[in-house]
Design a protein around this ligand. Structure first.
Ligand code: AGP
Length: 613
């Protein structure tokens, strides 16, 4: 995840910015940079690799200024390199920008700017932002207004900070959607800007958090918040009373809630550097396979446990649809004793957030002994499942602290989508051009997830009405059947309520006998190929007195006539719909557990990583 730090005040900006970026290192990055106003000019230092490389560069080529911005970057568009690292500067050297997020429409914006004579110095999407701002400055607009007008052209979710040599007394920050936060730190004669609280907590505990579609103009003694429509905002000032550990929780009560809300940004990072959103080509730097080997693949076996196994069940739909390779999914704890049938034309894919789950590792060992190609999807870098595999894909979700897995689930689904596109391209059954539509669906996903996260209040209200129940039933069909399993697991593992996920079509073969007014039924009924079937399922549950909670598509008024409660999600492509439909279920489980006073981050009897049988 990218990190942003800005400073304006009487002190030397460089050490403040660099130490702030160090506190954001846990997010992971592959390059870093800093820009400081020095003698009326903007001076920039950027380097690839660890922050220590940038610090080394700054020590040999010092910076000296009282206002500046810094950034740690996960490569998205353009390889990790000094010229692709942020900050990015306008052609006339007067304006500089750092950015989190993806400019989904950067290709057309770049083409338009190039046609107007702008020469780009990088392959990044971010660089279009600084040229758009400069264009508005050249049109005579003051900095704040120029930024406000420039960001109107951007599609996607963004966090942006702008510094201008022509306005040495201010920084301008913008937040659109959920590409990471923008916190203003209020000092005494100095101000700070950061993408996360830990970066600036040592300097001040008084903070203002921008909400989506808000921007701030910050001088050393004051700040002004407004909407992107120019309406002034009376933003609340928070006093952060946390110790460092809880500072890592940010403005959230639990790590689980924070990690649920990090998913929009985490998904952006999962995509970074792997898919070209323009031509659709996928590269997986740590998992390569020759076209000949890809064509030889006859079967994929996914092995995992718990939530990761449910991610594999979703991935089966994606991988089979895009590669036409048969996919089996098995629990690690079962697979390891099955004496499985494998050979060199099979690939075994282990999905494991921790990379240390003993049953999954044992299944990997079984696969290794039988000569299969061994891949893993992991979140913890350096974990055993990463090291023993022939190739791996990292989730790039950032640390997942809450025992209940959330952002690892959604990012591992997207990793499987990337793997499917990559295998299709290597097998020659899916061209980059055919992949462009998929790339567009993936580029939109973080923003769609962010939209659902903004609807948390409705889920919390529903939790307040339902947390007293002792049994729940979750129903889904097709690619959303695994989401019924995952929704039920989330609820039972943190609230201790019995919950069961079931394929909706199977209800009539017995479980429907369970339904009555004491058993809420959660039905995932998006407007997809199985929508009509789910509607009839809801009617059957209602006719037996069941209380139905539907997960439905925005604008679906029919379902509101049938279900007792509806949690809406925006329309999404069918293969990515589980990433969106799971969010309300994560939030429902979380808020029910909070209402029940459960220990959300460390539920009884559970460990974050099950390293023993
Ligand atoms: C999920 O919320 C649980 N914490 C658990 O099922 C977990 O997914 C499972 O133990 C697998 O963990 P892993 O992804 O680290 O292998």
């Amino acid at each position: 995840m990218c990190g942003i730090v800005g400073y304006i005040g009487p002190r030397d900006a460089t050490p403040i910015i660099l130490s702030g970026l160090q506190r954001l290192e846990y997010r992971g990055y592959d390059s870093a940079g800093i820009a400081v106003l020095q003698g009326g000019e903007i001076a920039i230092r950027r380097d690839v690799g660890k922050l220590s490389n940038l610090m080394q560069l700054v020590s040999t080529e010092p910076l000296n200024g009282r206002i500046g911005i810094g950034h740690t970057r996960w490569a998205t568009h353009g390889v990790p390199s000094p010229h692709n690292a942020h900050p990015h500067i306008s052609r006339n050297g007067r304006t500089v920008v750092v950015h989190n997020g993806i400019v989904e429409n950067f290709r057309e914006l770049r083409a338009e700017l190039e046609a107007a004579g702008v020469r780009f110095a990088s392959e990044t999407d971010t660089e279009v932002i600084v040229h758009l701002v400069q264009r508005e400055r050249d049109a005579g607009h003051a900095l704040t207004e120029a930024v406000r007008r420039a960001v109107r052209y951007l599609r996607g979710a963004h966090a942006i900070v702008v510094l201008s040599a022509d306005d040495p007394d201010r920084l301008v920050a913008v937040r659109i959607g959920n590409a990471g936060g923008v916190a203003l730190g209020l000092g005494d004669g100095e101000m700070f800007i950061a993408s996360d609280i830990p970066a600036i907590l040592e300097h001040t505990r008084r903070m203002v958090f921008l909400e989506s579609r808000q921007m701030a103009t910050v001088t050393r003694d004051a700040y002004h918040v407004q909407t992107l429509d120019g309406e002034p905002v009376d933003a609340e000032v928070h006093t952060i009373a946390w110790d460092p550990v809880s500072a890592a929780r940010g403005e959230f009560k639990h790590f689980m809630q924070k990690e649920i809300h990090e998913q929009a940004r985490a998904l952006t990072d999962t995509l970074r550097g792997r898919i070209d959103f323009h031509d659709g080509c996928v590269v997986l730097p740590d998992l390569t396979i020759t076209p000949e080997h890809a064509r030889r693949l006859k079967r994929i076996v996914t092995v995992a446990c718990g939530t990761s196994a449910y991610s594999g069940l979703v991935g089966k739909f994606i991988l089979e649809d895009l590669t036409r390779i048969p996919v089996e999914v098995d629990y690690g704890s079962e697979y390891r004793y099955r004496n499985p049938i494998l050979d060199e034309d099979c690939a075994v894919l282990a999905i494991t957030q921790s990379g240390e789950t003993v049953d999954t590792l044992a299944a990997m060992e079984e696969a290794r002994e039988k000569g299969a190609t061994l891949w893993s999807i992991v979140n913890v870098l350096g974990s055993q499942a990463m090291r023993v595999a022939d190739g791996y894909i990292t989730m790039q979700a950032g640390p997942e602290i809450g025992v209940a897995s959330t952002k690892a689930f959604t990012t591992s689904i997207v990793d499987q989508y990337l793997l499917a596109l990559y295998l299709g391209q290597q097998r020659g059954t899916l061209s980059c051009e055919q992949s462009q539509a998929h790339a567009e669906d993936l580029a939109r996903l973080p923003d769609l997830v962010g939209q659902v996260l903004e609807r948390e209040a409705a889920v919390e209200a529903l939790a307040a009405e339902t947390y007293h129940y002792t049994n729940f039933l979750y129903l889904g069909r097709g690619i959303n059947y695994p989401i019924a399993l995952e929704g039920a697991l989330k609820l039972k593992e943190i609230s201790y309520i019995h919950a069961e996920g079931y394929p909706a079509g199977e209800m009539k073969h017995g479980p429907i006998a369970l339904i009555d007014e004491h058993m809420p039924v959660v039905a995932i009924a998006l407007q997809d190929a199985v929508y009509e079937k789910m509607l009839s399922q809801i009617e059957q549950a209602k006719s037996r007195g069941g209380r139905v909670i539907a997960i439905a598509t925005d604008g679906d008024t029919l379902i509101a006539e049938k279900a007792d409660h509806v949690l809406y999600v925006p329309p999404v492509s069918p293969l990515l719909s589980p990433v969106v439909s799971v969010i309300p279920l994560q939030l429902l489980a979380y808020h029910i557990a909070v209402w029940r006073g459960a220990d959300v981050d460390q539920p009884r009897n559970l460990a974050k990583s099950v390293t023993v049988e």
